[in-house]
Design a protein around this ligand. Structure first.
Ligand code: FAQ
Length: 324
């Protein structure tokens, strides 16, 4: 039997107690349930940032659809980029259940007020970047997102299940692109290694700042939105990459990377957190370009939104006439 102190009984309303019980029991909070305002805000923040990342994340790879080296590669890449659009839509829908509209979220993104993942502010100059993004970026996304399938907010957790299945396919296709290049000519091997060199460190930054500089982690973990800390997930990711890099025959660009038996962790060089902060502040290599492209796409799509709204209005009017 659990006992409640007088202080707790005075401080906690029945709604708060019910919410705490859901979290405690590792059950799911649903949109109809009462939830603390800060929990709602944190979820809107994280889910909308995640949705924006998927949408902006279409750009670096979309850049290669017209230049893919074969019809097969082009079809696969197109399917992958379409999957990212789908992920963005599931996530915007999950965020909408928390009381924010899709329009508000879009406006925050195109105004430059919303964050999206730092990783999508790096350029993709070669075909090998498609391999490195799949292997490293989707690999990091999987490490980070599989635990989110158990996030305490139902709509987010359920959206993540399908997203993770698709990310898994994405990671394999990236790995396979790199493997093919590594089995090719000297120039192809160099291109693959160069892409790994450029994407390795930014992919480690995807997990966020170090634990002692992560303002949101403790509360998000107490609410069981996040299940592991940023550094824990980064370590897991490195553990996943090391054997795969060996199979590929690529070198991870960190001379200090080694398993430490005593600490049970990977020793590694310091991540360039100044670079991370610069990218977050909007001064990464492609921030301005990514945002401008999103703004242009939004403007170019205005007629589609108007036509859809007009169609819906006519349908509703016709339905009204039919009833009358
Ligand atoms: N980039 O206190 P924390 C993908 C911000 S999807 C930009 O540690 P939190 C699929 C953070 O928002 C990739 N900002 O924050 C794909 C916070 O700012 P705020 C996206 C970052 O939330 C593949 C501040 O720093 N994935 O790759 C970053 O507890 C290929 C302090 O940080 C997700 O969004 C960053 N890297 O932990 C698509 C997963 N890191 O809001 C196309 C869901 C941190 O206080 C092609 N999100 N910040 O102003 C999460 O798991 C978490 O939100 C973290 C950050 C881990 C990203």
């Amino acid at each position: 039997m659990t006992t409640t102190t007088l202080d707790e009984a005075v401080e906690r309303s029945p709604e708060e107690a019910a919410f705490d019980a859901i979290i405690e029991a590792d059950s799911r909070v649903e949109p109809r349930d009462w939830m603390p305002e800060a929990y709602r805000k944190t979820l809107i923040r994280q889910i909308s940032q995640h949705a924006h990342s998927e949408i902006i994340g279409m750009q670096p790879e979309g850049n290669w659809i017209t230049r893919a080296p074969s019809l097969k590669r082009k079809a696969i890449l197109m399917a992958k980029v379409q999957d990212e659009a789908g992920h963005g839509l599931y996530l915007y829908s999950a965020a909408q259940t928390l009381g924010i509209t899709r329009d508000e979220m879009t406006q925050q993104l195109i105004d430059g007020r919303a964050k999206y993942s730092s990783i999508f502010n790096y350029p993709t100059p070669t075909w090998a970047d498609m391999g490195a993004i799949g292997w490293l970026v989707d690999g990091a996304a999987i490490c980070n997102q599989v635990p989110l399938c158990r996030a305490s907010y139902g709509p987010y957790a359920r959206a993540m299940i399908r997203i993770c299945k698709e990310e898994s396919f994405h990671q394999r296709q990236g790995f396979e692109i790199l493997l093919t290049l590594m089995q090719g000519t000297e120039a192809q091997r160099e291109m693959a290694q160069d892409a790994v060199d450029r994407w390795y460190w930014p992919s480690l930054m995807m997990f966020g700042p170090p634990d002692d500089e992560s303002p949101n982690s403790a509360q998000s973990m107490a609410w069981k939105i996040k299940r592991f800390s940023n550094d824990e997930l980064r370590q897991r990711f490195i553990g996943m990459l090391v054997p795969q890099a060996e199979i590929l025959g690529v070198t991870l660009p960190d001379p200090n990377l080694r398993w430490n038996e005593e600490t049970g962790r990977w020793d590694m060089s310091e991540i360039d957190w100044d670079e991370f902060r610069e990218v977050l502040a909007g001064r990464g290599p492609c921030n301005a370009e990514r945002l401008q492209r999103r703004r242009d796409a939004h403007e170019e799509g205005a007629w589609v939104r108007e036509a859809a709204a007009e169609y819906a209005r006519k349908q509703a009017a016709n339905a009204g006439k039919a009833v009358a």
